[in-house]
Design a protein around this ligand. Structure first.
Ligand code: NAD
Length: 430
């Protein structure tokens, strides 16, 4: 079976590398010349733990190839996975320009029976939209369109690809379903087989539910701060209820990344378009947007609204650890707000610095390591829970700081550190 993957981003590249590792011949079409050059040289254009080794192994095996040439690949493909970005428009609607472009390229070139799979997160109706594009150039129906949304998380993408909780196959063709099941056979995981529309909405419902859980515990955290309760204990206790479960109940600076914010907004848009007022999801979106303002207020309270002549050190800029992705990162948003004050802002992140430099103002100083950030800071803010921030030498931190004040937005330390002389603020604890 010959597989083509279009778009070598976080989703497409992981899919391409893993399927090549299963023994399939995989060609990845990437239109960004810079990314393509890196890939051909044997380097991956972003950070994802474990991916580079597996990528190099499969590149050597000759089962994995990269190109920008549609003509040489599409006619010979049995299955084509569309893995391009679907960024949000200002009104929340998903921008399907890349999906449309790719569908047009495919429509001009398919020969023989081909299964076209949408792995990108796309609104309900996109399978039909792709079919309409294909139909214009192909009078005989020699193709099937499948919706197969992806659920991997950046930072644990390989593990997530290999052990997904479920594999969603949305289609109306037994032949296409069989092809997909053949591809995913090595995974040996449960399938949910349904129609395209249901598959499409599953992805949005899934991500919006997780975003709701995060937002819920953040709201409970705010209340805990005002009533002398401890949110971590609340989260642990409610998480022990089998109906709730412990995951996604960690209070913090709000959800971010390239998926949750845009998927929540897209779901709201899809609700409005289909005359359904999604009140809970709208509230989640609003609460998450307001979170940065409330964290900024918290910082103002700690510094007594004085920012002149102080240095604030920020640890972490990615939206979560083990990735270099800063898209919609709450850390970036907070850093931007702080850069508008008179404080000197210093930042260190193990992997996200290059991407963050493109987003943040020049006035922010990017440091080589944690100590450079900590030195002379009057406030240290932990924004991303990288492992290396979990074991700071606190006595040394105290020695290096101008004033030993920590705002821990990931609750990785505890009040215990006040015994070392720190002033300690966290989320959801008084
Ligand atoms: N990143 C995640 O964690 C994740 C998880 C699940 C689902 N998704 C969804 O998967 C999709 C892709 O996300 P991503 O994070 O991998 O995006 P990405 O931006 O990292 O990668 C998309 C790639 O597609 C390429 N591309 C765009 N148009 C092209 C074209 N016409 N021909 C060839 N290549 C083209 C881009 O250059 C880019 O390299 C999105 O819909 C996203 O919502 C992402």
């Amino acid at each position: 079976m010959k597989i083509t993957i279009i778009g070598a981003g976080y989703v497409g590249l992981v899919q391409a590398v893993c399927l090549a590792d299963f023994g399939f011949n995989v060609t990845c079409i990437e239109k960004d010349p810079e990314k393509l050059r890196e890939l051909k040289f044997g380097r991956i254009p972003f950070y994802e733990p474990g991916l580079e080794d597996l990528f190099r192994k499969n590149l050597k095996s000759d089962r994995l190839k990269f190109t920008d040439n549609y003509l040489e690949n599409i006619p010979y493909s049995d299955v084509i996975f569309i893995c391009v970005g679907t960024p949000p428009k200002k009104n929340g609607e998903s921008n399907l320009n890349f999906v449309d472009q790719v569908s047009k390229e495919i429509s001009k070139r398919i020969k023989g029976y081909t299964v076209i799979v949408s792995k990108s997160t796309v609104p309900v109706g996109t399978s039909k939209r792709i079919e309409n594009i294909l139909r214009k150039k192909n009078s005989q129906k020699t193709y099937d369109v499948v919706s197969n949304p992806e659920f991997l998380r950046e930072g644990s993408a390989l593990e997530d690809f290999r052990r997904p909780d479920k594999i969603i196959i949305g289609c109306r063709s037994e032949k296409a379903e069989k092809m997909l099941k053949r591809i995913y056979k090595p995974l040996n995981r449960p399938y949910v087989v349904t129609n395209n529309e249901t598959a499409e909405i599953i992805k949005y419902a899934n991500n919006s539910f997780l975003a709701t859980k995060i937002t819920f515990i953040n709201e409970i955290a705010d209340l805990c701060e005002n009533i002398d309760a401890e949110v971590e204990t609340v989260a642990k206790a409610i998480g022990l209820d089998g109906r709730i479960g412990p995951k996604f109940l960690h209070p913090g600076p709000g959800y971010g990344g390239s998926c949750f914010p845009k998927d929540v907004k897209s779901l709201i848009y899809q609700g409005n378009k289909n005359l359904t007022d999604l009140k809970i999801i709208k509230a989640v979106d609003k609460a998450n947007e307001l979170r940065i303002q409330s964290l900024f207020k918290k910082i103002k309270k700690i510094t007594k609204n004085k920012f002149s002549n102080i240095q604030i050190g920020l640890l972490g800029i990615t939206f979560k650890p083990n990735t270099d992705d800063v898209r919609e990162s709450p850390a970036v948003k907070l850093a931007k707000s702080l850069s508008k004050t008179k404080a000197k802002i210093k930042i260190f992140d193990p992997k996200g610095m290059e991407n963050a430099k493109k987003e943040l103002p020049k006035s922010i100083k990017f440091c080589e390591n944690e100590n450079e950030v900590i030195k002379n800071s009057s406030l240290l803010v932990i924004l991303t829970e990288w492992n290396q921030f979990k074991n700071l030498d606190l006595l040394n931190v105290k020695k290096l700081m101008k004033k030993p004040i920590m705002l821990d937005l990931r609750n990785i330390y505890s009040k215990e550190i006040t015994k070392l002389g720190f002033k300690y603020y966290s989320i959801g604890n008084n």
